[in-house]
Write a protein that binds this ligand. Structure first.
Ligand SMILES: [Zn+2]
Length: 436
C-alpha cells in the first residue's frame, strides 16, 4: 500500500502543482470585515465534484446557533463567502478531518518580484504566490492525498472530510467554527498551516493590541514651579516598550516549563507592526504630541493562557511591577484595546491514549513515506487550532509545509514539502481508516 501511494503521488504530482497554481490564482483576499473567498470556493467545489465527494456548501450566516456561540466573532460580513465541505465514506466508524482556510491577506503595496501575487509561478524548488504557504499549499496537499486514495481504489472504512473554510486571517475563525457548529466532528483533525513539517498539537496564545498613550501638547516653561513635566507619550512609549520586551524575555526564560516549546530557541516573540505620534515638521519642533498609537501583538504559551483573563492577568501583573506604568495604565493615560479576538491557548490532551496513538501513526507515516523524522513541537503563531481543541470534540494539530515570506511579497512554499505532505496524509488516512 505504502509503495502504491508513493508511486502514485510521484507520478501525478503535476496534478498537485497545477491545482495549487489554479487555487492561488483565484483572488480570495480577506478584507478584514468582508471578503470574496467564493472565487476560490467555486474552484474547490468543482475539484470535489470531480472526485465524487459529497458536498456541503454553506454560508456561516445560515448555520443554526453559530451567532449565539461564545466563540463567534461578530461584525463580519459573509456575503460571497461560503464554506465548502467535501466528504467520502460513512460515519459509522472513524472520521479524519483536514481543515484549511482559503482566504489570504491583502497584497496591495507589496513589491512582488518572483511572481505576481495572483499569477503564481514555480521557480526551482519553490512555488510563489499569495497564500502558497498560508495555506493553499496545505489545502492542495490534503485534496491530493484523498484523490490518491480514491484513484487507487483503496476502500475507506470510515469517513474523510475535507474542509475549505473562510475568514481565518484577521482572527475570524468563524469559518472553522461554522463547520463545527454544523456538526462536522471527527476522531482527529489536521490543519495544514505552515509548520515547516512539524506536528504542532498546540500553538501560542495571542492578543493583538492597539495601544493608545495620551499626552499633553506643549512644553513646560515656568521654571521654579513644583509641577511635574507634562506627560510625553513618546517617552512613556519607550518605557512601555522596554517593559514589554522584558516581559517577552521573561516568558522565554520559562520555556523549560512548557513541553512543546522547551527545545526551541526563542518560542515567544511579540510583533510590533506600527507606531505613530507627533508631527515631523520644522515648525512643530517645540510641541510635544498629544497622542501615540502603537499596534502590538502580545503572546504567551498555550498552557496557562486558556482564557483571556489568565492571559491578561499575567501581562498586567508584569507591567504593574513598574510604578510609573502601573499609575499610567490605571489612570487611563495608557490604554490597551483589543483587535479582533483573543486567541486562547489550545488544549490538547497529550496523555490521552487515543491522541498519542494518532500522533504516533502520523510520525510513522512520515517515516515510512518520506524517510523523515517528523518532530512534535508547539507552533509560534496563532490560528484556528483553538476552535477544534477548545470548542469541539475533535482533537487537532497544525501540520503543514515549509516555505517563506508568509503575509508578504514573494510568499512561497517548498514544492517537495507539499508532495511529501500528500504522501504522509494519504498513508495516515490508510493506516487509520482504510481496509488494506
Ligand atoms: Zn493561515
Amino acid at each position: 500500500m505504502k509503495e502504491k501511494i508513493i508511486k502514485y503521488i510521484d507520478n501525478n504530482k503535476k496534478w498537485l502543482f497545477e491545482t495549487l497554481l489554479e487555487i492561488i490564482s483565484k483572488d480570495t483576499i480577506n478584507r478584514l470585515n468582508s471578503g470574496n473567498e467564493n472565487n476560490g470556493q467555486d474552484l474547490v467545489e468543482n475539484i470535489f465534484r470531480k472526485m465524487n465527494l459529497k458536498i456541503d456548501r454553506f454560508s456561516p450566516d445560515e448555520v443554526k446557533g453559530l451567532k449565539k456561540h461564545p466563540a463567534y466573532l461578530a461584525g463580519r460580513n459573509y456575503s460571497n463567502r461560503d464554506n465548502i465541505v467535501g466528504y467520502i465514506g460513512n460515519n459509522s466508524k472513524k472520521t479524519i478531518i483536514f481543515s484549511s482556510h482559503i482566504d489570504t491577506v491583502p497584497t496591495e503595496n507589496l513589491n512582488w518580484t518572483k511572481s505576481g501575487p495572483l499569477s503564481p509561478k514555480i521557480i526551482g524548488d519553490k512555488i510563489y504566490g499569495i497564500g502558497a504557504l498560508d495555506m493553499k499549499g496545505g489545502l492542495a496537499a490534503s485534496i491530493f492525498a484523498l484523490k490518491t486514495i480514491i484513484d487507487l481504489g483503496i476502500d475507506i472504512d470510515g469517513r474523510v472530510i475535507l474542509e475549505s473554510v473562510i475568514d481565518e486571517e484577521f482572527g475570524g475563525a468563524n469559518g472553522t467554527l461554522a463547520c463545527i457548529t454544523r456538526g462536522y466532528e471527527g476522531d482527529f483533525a489536521i490543519i495544514p498551516e505552515p509548520t515547516g513539517m512539524n506536528i504542532c498539537p498546540v500553538c501560542i496564545s495571542q492578543k493583538l493590541f492597539s495601544i493608545e498613550i495620551r499626552g499633553k501638547v506643549g512644553v513646560k516653561m515656568d521654571s521654579g514651579s513644583n509641577e511635574n513635566e507634562p506627560d510625553n507619550p513618546i517617552f512613556l512609549a519607550n518605557k512601555l516598550i522596554n517593559a514589554l520586551l522584558e516581559y517577552e524575555n521573561y516568558l522565554n526564560s520559562l520555556k523549560h516549563n512548557h513541553l512543546f516549546y522547551k527545545d526551541q530557541g526563542k518560542p515567544i516573540f511579540f510583533i510590533a507592526s506600527g507606531i505613530r505620534s507627533g508631527v515631523i515638521e520644522e515648525d512643530r519642533l517645540w510641541t510635544t504630541p498629544d497622542i501615540l498609537n502603537l499596534n502590538l501583538a502580545v503572546r504567551n504559551y498555550p498552557d496557562g493562557c486558556e482564557t483571556e483573563e489568565l492571559f491578561d492577568k499575567k501581562l498586567y501583573e508584569f507591567l504593574f511591577r513598574d510604578t510609573l506604568l502601573n499609575k499610567k495604565i490605571k489612570d487611563g493615560t495608557i490604554t490597551f484595546n483589543k483587535h479582533y479576538r483573543f486567541f486562547p491557548g489550545p488544549r490538547f490532551n497529550i496523555n490521552s491514549k487515543k491522541n498519542k496513538q494518532y500522533l504516533n501513526i502520523l510520525i510513522e507515516s512520515g517515516k515510512d513515506t518520506t524517510n523523515k523524522e517528523l518532530k512534535i513541537s508547539g507552533a509560534n503563531f496563532a490560528g484556528d487550532l483553538f476552535m477544534f481543541n477548545n470548542f469541539s470534540s475533535t482533537p487537532a494539530v497544525f501540520f503543514g509545509p515549509g516555505g517563506g515570506n508568509a503575509h508578504t511579497a514573494d510568499e512561497f512554499v517548498y514544492a517537495d514539502d507539499i508532495v511529501n505532505l500528500s504522501k504522509v496524509f494519504a498513508y495516515f488516512v490508510c493506516r487509520t481508516i482504510c481496509l488494506q
